[in-house]
Structures are given as structure tokens and as C-alpha cells.
Design a protein around this ligand. Structure first.
Ligand code: SAM
Length: 243
């Protein structure tokens, strides 16, 4: 394993872990992220949490091979259950779907009492995380969007605060869907992601149109048309014909 260099995706997550953190990396797999952060003097202590035996064993092996066992505790368990209350002040969860990340946060939320920062990297469905943060008094403090190996990733960073602050002066539905900080910046990779999503939604919409009519189909079509309208409005800065 080479923990001297992380993927751009994990490097971007690592960038938002504050110096001297006590970190829990949930779903750590090979423990690349906490190992990198420990070796670079960013964290003083790390937990690598894994629910699956194979990745848990490979995390253990890698941490041992790098002589990091005094700094990183590799623990087997579901989500935040591997953390003892008060043990960490930063949690990273990367490389899973947004719905799973939000479920992990919801199920283990009592373990977050000492946590000051969450750094989350959903592969899809970041909206589920933004919704959870708003519902639980966590304020988004920044977001990033990056492309690596033809995949686009969002990184969401939150601290306790005013959960609605980033959404003031915005249509909140749009902000929750595309990310308030990402919307503000509208980088090329952001435009690329959402142009692709729009194409995909239009394809699904057409399929639903040619399927047998049903209430369920109508509801799905309405939902998709709404998302297309919101995102086209953002990309074109003008009213979408789907509005
Ligand atoms: N975090 C690493 C990264 O970003 O490269 C690994 C991502 S890997 C695709 C997702 C990992 O999360 C898997 O190793 C899986 O076993 C683990 N995982 C999934 N659900 C989990 C849960 N509820 N608690 C702990 N680990 C979980």
C-alpha cells in the first residue's frame, strides 16, 4: 500500500480534516485515509471502522505494516457504533451512497456529541446528506466537486451551527439538490455532472411516457420534471421549458 499518495478523491477529503484531530473514518476499507493523516501528522488518533470482515482485516494488516497501531485503532462494527462517546472530534465517511451515509449518521447520532466536524463524500445522492444535516443542526461550511477517472464526486463539510445559513437567498430545494456552495461556484465539473443528470432524467422520463399509464408513473414523471426544471434553471440561468 502506498499511503504517501492518496487518490484525488481521498486527498480532497483529507484536506478538510483539521490538524490535531481525533478522527473516526467509517467504512475505512484499507484504512488509507487515517493512515495518510497519521503519517502526515494531521491526526493524533484515528479509528478505522469497518462492518465487513475482509476490509476490516485489510485495514488491520495495513495499519500494522506501517507501524501505526499505537495511533490507529481498527474496529469492526456497524457505522458509528465503533466510537466510544467523547473519543473523536472529526468523522469522515467516504465512498458510499449518500443515503447510506445519512443512515449511518442517523443511527449513530448520539455518538456525535463530541464531534465538531463531519467530512462526507457521497458517491451519489448527496441530497440525502444535505437533508440530514439541515434536520440535525449541522451547518454546511463548504463543498467541493471533483472529477477523477471519469467519475464525479462531491465532498461535503459540516460543523454545528445554523443549518439554513448556506441556503438563505436560494431556492432551498435547488440548494439541497445541487449544493449551495457548488451552485455559487458553478465550476465546469458541476455543469458536466448536472448536464449528464438532466440527460439521464429525460431518458427516464421518455421511458415512463411510453410505459402503461399509472398513478405511480405520473408521480415519478412529475418528480423528474421538477428536478429537470430546477437544474436547467441553474445551468441556463433562465426558466426551463420543464417548469
Ligand atoms: N472509505 C473508503 C474510500 O472512500 O475509499 C472505502 C470506501 S468502500 C467503497 C465502502 C466501505 O464502507 C466498504 O469497505 C464497506 O464494507 C464499508 N461500509 C459499508 N457500510 C458500512 C457501515 N454501515 N459501517 C461501516 N462500514 C461500512
Amino acid at each position: 500500500m502506498n499511503t504517501d499518495k492518496l487518490s484525488l478523491r481521498l486527498e480532497t477529503v483529507a484536506k478538510y480534516v483539521p490538524k490535531n484531530s481525533r478522527l473516526a473514518d467509517i467504512g475505512s476499507d484499507h484504512a488509507y485515509l487515517p493512515s495518510f493523516l497519521a503519517k502526515n501528522g494531521v491526526i493524533t488518533f484515528g479509528i478505522a471502522g469497518e462492518v465487513v470482515k475482509g476490509p476490516f482485516q485489510s485495514a488491520e494488516k495495513n495499519v500494522r505494516a506501517q507501524g501505526l497501531t499505537s495511533m490507529i485503532s481498527v474496529r469492526m462494527g456497524d457505522g458509528l457504533e465503533v466510537i466510544q462517546p467523547g473519543e473523536v472530534d472529526c468523522v469522515t465517511i467516504a465512498g458510499m451512497g449518500g443515503t447510506l451515509i445519512a443512515n449511518i449518521l442517523e443511527t449513530g447520532k448520539e455518538k456525535l456529541s463530541s464531534v465538531k466536524r463531519l467530512v462526507l463524500q457521497p458517491n451519489i445522492n448527496a441530497i440525502a446528506i444535505r437533508n440530514w444535516l439541515v434536520d440535525h443542526e449541522w451547518e454546511l461550511i463548504t463543498e467541493e466537486i471533483i472529477e477523477e477517472d471519469n467519475k464525479i464526486y462531491e465532498i461535503v463539510v459540516a460543523e454545528r451551527g445554523d443549518p439554513l445559513k448556506p441556503y438563505r437567498n436560494l431556492n432551498i430545494e435547488t440548494g439541497l439538490l445541487v449544493g449551495p456552495f457548488l451552485l455559487e461556484r458553478k465550476e465546469n465539473v458541476f455543469k458536466k455532472k448536472w448536464s449528464f443528470e438532466i440527460k439521464n432524467w429525460k431518458r427516464i422520463y421518455e421511458q415512463l411516457e411510453s410505459a402503461a399509464p399509472s398513478n405511480e408513473n405520473d408521480e415519478k414523471k412529475q418528480e423528474i420534471a421538477k428536478k429537470i426544471a430546477l437544474v436547467e434553471g441553474v445551468l441556463d440561468n433562465e426558466e426551463s421549458e420543464w417548469s
